[in-house]
Design a binder for this molecule. Structure first.
Ligand code: NAD
Length: 257
């Protein structure tokens, strides 16, 4: 599978998963654009990856996914430089300072703010990119969802830790899957496809008790590494998946079974 000269934007491209997506796109001969609100982190990721391989094609743009002005500025910057956008991966992970509280402690204002930032941001990026893709007459969108958009939380996994599945996360990630289907249908006959990717938990030095409990719910490995998702992501970005459209693809080592 090859992404030769495909221009692919990754929102939240400077984060944990974003960085590995950027590297994978560059590894497959694509032009990978880091689009992050944290420009400094974006520059760092770009420099680090270019030190690893000077032939990578990686660029950097500033983006705030909840600002229409910022999204359109990003589109214009990319178009002025590369003349096209082949695909965008909605991967940013905005959350406010109170995010992650126990269900009973979540204030209405925080619930709304987090839904606005994350779900609202994914909606806005899709809407603005779709306006552009309709003019371009093709496009490809991948929305990053989660296993917790597919199944109910397994709260027992968090016993003895400060972790939880935030209620906003469940609402946001399940809605992203349905929003994706809505938009795929809306785009009938437009040569623009849109899928979501529901990822299992990614190892990031979580507490040992959690890792062990999580693994018992999986079929082989348990928590995944960033690299474990790459094959599916590249497939969805490549022309080999031309007729995969409106789907939610789950990569989770069987956690949701
Ligand atoms: N890490 C996991 O275990 C896991 C599992 C399943 C799904 N996911 C999903 O993968 C995606 C990436 O997660 P991650 O763990 O890499 O997160 P992360 O926090 O490491 O990175 C998120 C990035 O988004 C950027 N960002 C935040 N607000 C933004 C905004 N308004 N506009 C543009 N960029 C913004 C941040 O600066 C950061 O670089 C998220 O959608 C997350 O829900 C993660």
């Amino acid at each position: 599978m090859n992404l030769k000269n495909k221009v692919v934007i990754v929102t939240g491209g400077a984060g944990l998963l974003g960085k590995s997506f950027i590297e994978a796109i560059a590894d497959h001969d694509g032009i990978a654009i880091i689009a992050d609100i944290n420009s400094e982190a974006g520059v760092k990721v770009k420099d680090e990856l270019l030190r690893k391989n000077k032939n990578y094609k990686i660029d950097n743009v500033n983006l705030d996914i909840v600002s229409k002005t910022s999204i359109n500025k990003m589109i214009n910057e990319v178009i002025n430089k590369y003349n096209k956008i082949d695909a965008i991966i909605n991967n940013a992970y905005p959350r406010n300072k109170n995010y992650g509280r126990d269900f009973l402690d979540v204030e209405y204002e925080d619930f709304c703010e987090n839904v606005n930032l994350h779900l609202g941001g994914y909606f806005l990026v899709c809407q603005q990119l779709i306006k552009f893709f309709l003019k371009q007459e093709y496009g490809n969108i991948i929305n990053i969802s989660s296993i917790y958009g597919v199944v109910a939380p397994r709260f027992e996994l968090y016993n003895g830790t400060k972790m939880t599945t935030p209620v906003e996360y469940a609402a946001i990630k399940s809605a992203i899957i349905h929003l994706t289907k809505y938009m795929a249908k809306y785009l009938k006959d437009k040569n623009i496809r849109i899928n979501s990717l529901s990822l299992g938990g990614i190892f990031d030095n979580q507490p040992q008790s959690f890792l062990e409990a999580y693994k018992k719910n999986c079929l082989n490995k348990g928590m995944l590494n960033e690299k474990d998702i790459i094959g599916t992501l590249i497939f969805l970005l490549s022309d080999k998946s031309q007729y995969v459209n409106g789907q939610n693809i789950v990569v989770d080592d069987g956690f949701t079974l």
